[in-house]
Ligand binder design. Structure first.
Ligand code: AHG
Ligand code: MN
Ligand code: MN
Ligand code: MN
Length: 331
């Protein structure tokens, strides 16, 4: 009926505006930046939805700095987000999983740095499984004008002023935090708007879902192996799709733990501290959860390289703590 047809929440634009009014000295630049990201998300969402028809699935034919085969949509999403942030004017420097070096936007007055994984879950593009975009926003620490510096880009995750992700799933959602809780917005494609659908998300303190690539089990640390045995004794549910955003989003809402430990193939883990771990760590902490590398809190790690990797244990606080006890027992 009519009631079901009407979007229930406020629009993202209105929400951002209202938030800005709560901070009398805010200049509106971060608000504008978030709107730029939402615009790029809509464009990328459209390309993803039609990818099979436009012939933009599959390999691009080049490797990125991570040593991965780039997919066409990795490249397209990267271009779209860079363009939106450059046109928006608030960002002086962008760093991306898909680019070896920092990208100077030419907006030398821009106050912000953005780190992003433009397309997360590349291996799922061609098979119609949820994929995502992850972003972190930092305030520049260098002089107020000119290009951003490498130091600006290598700030610890604790210094993020905003972080979020877009999930292109059975519906498209944008979930973000500016440090005052986590809010989720669902995209209404016929109206072209994101609507608040998940206000003030809190993750359950305990959960029953564990997510990891158990194909790598033989080279997992002993403590992780022991924890996985424990999960089975407890009859927990195993869920892993191989899109970090998708696996994270499910566990955030339902309660669970996601683990990407060090493996033989990836001795520091596979996930990128700056483009993947930091943003999700800020979100999960804002939602009452935890994110560590097995010992240290993700947000207090200071990156020394743009493309640095880190093991990741993230999710419901009691589950992350449990992983820690197993890791401490078996070294
Ligand atoms: P990306 O597609 O941005 O390169 O990220 C891939 C990441 C992440 O999304 C996912 O959780 C993980 O790689 C999957 O790795 P495995 O295939 O080794 O499980
Ligand atoms: Mn990749
Ligand atoms: Mn990724
Ligand atoms: Mn990616």
């Amino acid at each position: 009926d009519d009631q079901l047809a009407l979007p229930v929440g406020t629009t993202l634009d209105r929400f951002i505006m209202r938030k800005q009014e709560e901070f009398p000295y805010a200049t509106g630049e971060l608000s504008q930046l978030l709107r730029d990201i939402a615009l790029a998300a809509k464009i990328v969402n459209r390309e993803i939805n039609r990818a099979g028809l436009l012939g933009i699935t599959g390999n691009y034919g080049q490797q990125n700095v991570q040593g991965e085969e780039q997919q066409k949509l990795d490249v397209i999403a990267n271009i779209r987000f860079i363009r939106a942030l450059r046109n928006g004017g608030e960002v002086c420097t962008i760093i991306s999983e898909e680019d070896d070096h920092v990208i100077q936007t030419g907006n030398t007055e821009g106050k912000y740095i953005v780190a992003m994984d433009p397309l997360d879950g590349s291996s799922n593009i061609d098979v119609n499984v949820a994929i995502g975009t992850i972003f972190s926003v930092y305030r520049r620490t260098s002089d107020a004008s000119g290009d951003g510096t490498l130091e600006d880009c290598l700030q610890s995750g604790a210094r993020q002023v905003a972080a979020g992700y877009i999930i292109y799933g059975s519906s498209t959602m944008l979930v973000y935090t500016t440090g005052c809780g986590v809010n989720g917005f669902t995209y209404e494609p016929s109206l072209g708007e994101f609507f608040l659908s998940h206000p003030m998300i809190m993750t359950p303190s305990e959960g029953k879902i564990y997510s990891c690539n158990e194909g790598n089990l033989n080279s997992f640390p002993e403590g992780i192996k022991a924890y996985l045995d424990y999960c089975k004794e407890q009859n927990y549910t195993s869920r892993y799709i191989g899109s970090l955003v998708g696996d994270f989003h499910r566990n955030l809402l339902k309660g669970g733990v996601y683990i990407y430990p060090a493996t033989a193939k990836a001795p520091n883990g596979k996930l990128r501290l700056v483009y993947e771990c930091n943003a999700l760590a800020m979100i999960i902490e804002q939602a009452g959860g935890m994110a560590t590398d097995g010992t240290e809190r993700i947000l207090t790690k200071t990156p020394t390289e743009l493309h640095q990797r880190s093991p990741l244990v993230i999710g419901s606080p009691e589950m992350v703590e449990k992983v820690h006890t197993f890791l401490a027992e078996k070294v």
